[in-house]
Design a protein around this ligand. Structure first.
Ligand code: FES
Ligand code: FES
Length: 156
């Protein structure tokens, strides 16, 4: 049995079928084709599935799709464009904040919430905030450098 769920996705109204216990990450990827939201651990540990719901970063593997009825949902597809990257995306590129890119959508969306709530974070605040995103590749320095550069407007 499925139900209808309606919400705003990257600024556009969407309505989708979802089973009552279907995870938001699965609905985004499998029913709505937003595969930029990555499924890693699927138990709330890695941060790869992080998206914004009503402006707050959440792990979409820990939410049911039914919980976003009427909400404003933003995935990485709603951030920047190939021709016009978001400053955080440019900073990630300029400061080597990504390699394979698996963690990157979650990193960017989490960092967006940080910079919107703390526009001038210290390096240790960035490290603490970003500690929920596990990266197998970068060693994290590039990620912290990128967020710091974006916060200070030091992005070309
Ligand atoms: S896939 Fe959701 S936290 Fe890892
Ligand atoms: S860039 Fe590969 S997991 Fe972070």
């Amino acid at each position: 049995m499925t139900m209808k769920v309606s919400f705003s996705l990257n600024g556009e109204p969407v309505e989708t079928d979802a089973e009552p216990r279907e995870l938001l990450v699965d609905v985004l990827r499998d029913r709505l084709g937003r595969t930029g939201t990555h499924a890693g651990c699927e138990q709330g540990s890695c941060g790869a599935c992080t998206i914004l719901v009503d402006g707050h970063s959440v792990r979409s593997c820990l939410m049911l799709a039914a919980q976003v009825e009427g909400c404003d949902v933003v995935t990485i597809e709603g951030i920047g464009s190939p021709e016009g990257l978001h400053p955080l995306q440019r900073a990630m590129s300029e400061h080597h904040g990504l390699q394979c890119g698996f963690c990157t959508p979650g990193v960017v969306l989490s960092a967006i919430e940080l910079l919107e709530t703390h526009p001038d974070p210290s390096r240790s605040e960035i490290e603490r905030w970003m500690s929920g995103s596990i990266c197998r590749c970068t060693g994290y320095s590039g990620i912290v450098d990128a967020v710091s550069a974006a916060a200070r407007g030091r992005v070309r």
